[in-house]
Design a protein. Structure first.
Length: 175
């Protein structure tokens, strides 16, 4: 019998997230100068920072290349930020080889077709509630939360709770 997604969460050491549609709600604001602005959820950020501080690998693989996104993610302690990535499978393989991570140890959260092939390689493919149907069809976990509204927080919190690390991290800290 196949493992439930909760059982699979016991094996997770690594979180990989797409940006647009996962860490953002897929909306972009365009200034009169043509600059593209995105909004990110503070609770997603807090959970990603907690995961980094608790020893999990956290990686970003995105086709987008907004430098403001890079700055935000670096400020959360994320070191492995791959923006403007044309081949997510290649980046995933290089990343997991570099850190000696087995695919079954990876939770990858994506939301649309560019994430499809890499998500087929990981132990726990996950997506926000508003992901494309093709992505939902291959996911072992579909968050009850939409992209950019706490979907990353949802999966990080669940994994850390399953592994007994969620409240252990919060010894009097606050944001």
């Amino acid at each position: 019998m196949a493992k439930s997604y909760k059982e699979m969460m016991n094996d997770i050491t690594t979180f990989i997230f797409d940006v647009d549609g996962v860490l953002t709600d897929s909306s972009v604001f365009v200034t009169t100068e043509g600059e593209i602005l995105r909004t990110m959820n503070i609770r997603d950020g807090y959970a990603m920072k907690a995961a980094v501080e608790s020893g999990y690998h956290v990686c970003i693989i995105s086709g987008g290349s907004n430098e403001g996104v890079r700055v935000r993610l670096k400020n959360l302690g994320i070191k492995d930020i791959h923006l403007g990535t044309p081949d997510k499978v290649k980046t995933f393989k290089e990343y997991t080889e570099t850190y000696n991570i087995k695919p079954e140890q990876v939770l990858y959260m994506g939301d649309d077709i560019p994430d499809y092939h890499v998500m087929k390689l990981v132990g726990l493919p996950a997506c926000p509630q508003d992901a494309s149907p093709e992505i939902k069809n291959i996911c072992r976990y579909i968050s009850h939360v939409k992209g950019g509204r706490g979907a990353a927080r949802d999966v990080i919190e669940q994994v850390m709770k399953v592994q007994g690390k969620w409240m252990e991290h919060f010894n009097g800290q606050h944001d």
